[in-house]
Ligand binder design. Structure first.
Ligand code: FAD
Length: 528
């Protein structure tokens, strides 16, 4: 017997922050609606969707990361993105790569380290939590024209639990900003000057940091909603489209041990596909929803990184940390994150993270003052191209039996010029902070940012270049919504999750409005 309900009001595919946003907004505004959320991966943390960094036991944490890595063979993982520059195709803990044949098809640069996570919470169980707002041309002009965008971003900050003071006590954070300001701030508006990075992290009263994952987006209101159910280990193989061309439900394969691969159909009035920017197009394609714009305008933020050591400081309590004793690349309780916002004049976004250990090798007897090593990273905005895309081929399947995600992707001359400019900027910032640990600025392989966008992009009108409307409903398929970073139509350099969640808030409000009838309207309807 199937463990799934026969019928719900809203079926949500994917349990990352985008899917969780629909569940949360509907639980808050329309709790009478029956909601089922399907997630292909297992539950790896408690509450479901929680960030694995909140798991104190390191073995338990590694096990949770491994269980998020899909059905691919267990492969070596890289804690520091810098290690990617050594030329190995490896992924970060909790994520896994596309197979060798699929990351670069039909020539071009490809996206060698395009990655995914398959677990309750999706990538938000593994992310860094940087949540900057988009600026200048990163913003979506037609949502600014209606004055909505900032309100939606504010709501997204509420759902993700964004703060700017979690690292308040971090030694040297302010010092870094004081050293960067003279080389960054001149000629910039106050909003684009160097500042603290907004982060989806909070500090508990006992001092421990808690990283937001989908559990925070769902919140108690969703977990306590008797009309909400989350089904893990449940692969949505397609959206069912009714004879009238509207979404009518989902087909789900039960991957749990008890479910033994059984296939069921769950009827739904609305289907929300929030399966990440690579797999949302996959589900649509498998459902026969194949508008020409599907999968196109794929954009990743190319990343250049550098490391420096703050000079002229002493350890606050006289303590130092032997480099060899620390996991390279970890941000700890004593570290902070600063932000150099994107501007159109400098179309990249800087994330400056204090680390407790060096991301590049330092002498083993080199004692490191915690927080004194600074990783400087720039995310570069990509020139949008119609032919940069995810694509599918009949009969070529992935390890779940879904149409395999394949990528065609090419950097333009402008993209390379922006990377050159970002590289020069990093050297300036590194010199301002202290002394570089290594003279080289490192360019990471494409796909390293994990910030894939554009594949189910939103448009103001159905002009053939977008997949969905400003409310995220797929053009021409009533009741089918798409969610996540794939919906973002602009080229951005800022970390995209906040914007993806903001767009999901708007979509979820639209679903609530369509599926609920206000008492006055209902009374009026019965009088006719
Ligand atoms: P996801 O979180 O990827 O969730 C999608 C879910 O859908 C997955 O759980 C997947 O298993 C499920 N799914 C897919 N197909 C199906 C199917 N057919 N049936 C059922 N379920 C399915 N972003 C930032 O903005 N700031 C950062 O600082 C940042 N740092 C990051 C650091 C790391 C190490 C990683 C891994 C990611 C980082 N990101 C960051 C990216 C961020 O995590 C993602 O932008 C965000 O999680 C996207 O949310 P989403 O809900 O769209 O997709």
């Amino acid at each position: 017997m199937s463990r799934y309900p026969e019928r719900v009001d809203v079926a949500i595919v994917g349990s990352g922050p985008a899917g969780a946003t629909y569940a949360r907004i509907l639980s808050e505004t329309a709790p009478e609606l029956r909601i089922a959320m399907f997630e292909v991966g297992p539950t790896v943390s408690n509450p479901p969707g929680a960030h694995v960094k909140n798991i104190e036991d390191l073995e338990e944490r590694s096990a949770a990361q491994r269980r998020s890595e899909g059905r691919s063979e267990a492969a070596a993982k890289l804690n520091s993105p810098v290690a990617l520059a050594q030329g190995k195709r490896q992924s970060r803990p909790g994520t896994y790569l596309l197979p060798d044949d699929d990351f670069s098809v039909d020539g071009g640069d490809g996206m060698p380290v395009a990655a995914m996570s398959s677990n309750v919470g999706g990538m938000s169980a593994h992310w860094t939590g940087a949540c900057p707002r988009p600026g200048e041309s990163e913003r979506i002009s037609f949502l600014d024209a209606t004055g909505e965008l900032d309100e939606l971003l504010g709501e997204a900050e509420r759902l993700l639990g964004v703060t700017t003071d979690a690292f308040e006590g971090a030694p040297f954070s302010q010092l870094i900003r004081d050293r960067l300001a003279p080389v960054v701030d001149e000629g910039r508006e106050p909003t684009t000057r160097v500042q603290r990075m907004p982060l989806a992290v909070r500090r508990r009263d006992n001092g421990r940091l808690v990283w937001s994952g989908s559990d925070v987006v769902l919140g108690d209101v969703t977990r306590e909603n008797p009309n909400f159910e989350l089904f893990d280990e449940s692969l949505v193989t397609r959206t069912v489209i009714g004879d009238d061309g509207a979404a009518a439900g989902v087909e789900v394969r039960d991957l749990s041990e008890a479910g033994a691969g059984q296939l069921s159909v769950v009827a739904a009035r609305v289907v929300v596909v929030a399966a990440d920017a690579l797999r949302t197009p996959q589900v649509l394609w498998a459902s026969g929803v194949r508008p020409d714009a599907l999968g196109r305008y794929l954009n990743d933020q190319s990343q250049v990184v550098f490391a420096a050591r703050i000079t002229g400081i002493e350890a606050p309590d006289g303590s130092t940390t032997a480099a060899k004793d620390k996991a390279a690349g970890a941000i700890s309780e004593t570290s902070g994150v600063s932000w150099v916002p994107y501007t159109d004049a400098k179309p990249f976004h800087g994330q400056i993270m204090q680390l407790d250990a060096s991301p590049v090798p330092v002498a083993v007897d080199d004692a490191v003052i915690p927080g004194s090593i600074v990783g400087l990273g720039m995310f570069c905005a990509k020139e949008l191209q119609r032919d940069d895309r995810v694509l599918f081929t009949d009969g070529h399947l992935d390890s779940y039996g879904m149409p395999a995600v394949r990528i065609h992707y090419t950097a333009t001359d402008r993209d390379r010029a922006v990377m050159d400019a970002a590289e020069a900027e990093l050297r300036t910032l590194g010199d301002a902070v202290g002394e570089p640990l290594d003279e080289r600025v490192i360019r990471l392989p494409f796909g390293a940012s994990l910030h894939y966008q554009g594949t189910t992009r939103m448009g103001e009108t159905d002009d053939g270049e977008s997949v969905c409307s400003p409310t995220s409903e797929v053009w021409g398929v009533p009741g089918l919504y798409v969610a996540g970073n794939g919906v973002i139509p602009t080229s951005t350099a800022c970390n995209p999750t906040l914007t993806g969640v903001a767009l999901a808030v708007k979509g979820a409000r639209d679903v609530a409005a369509k599926l609920t009838v206000a008492p006055a309207a209902a009374a009026q309807a019965t009088q006719h």
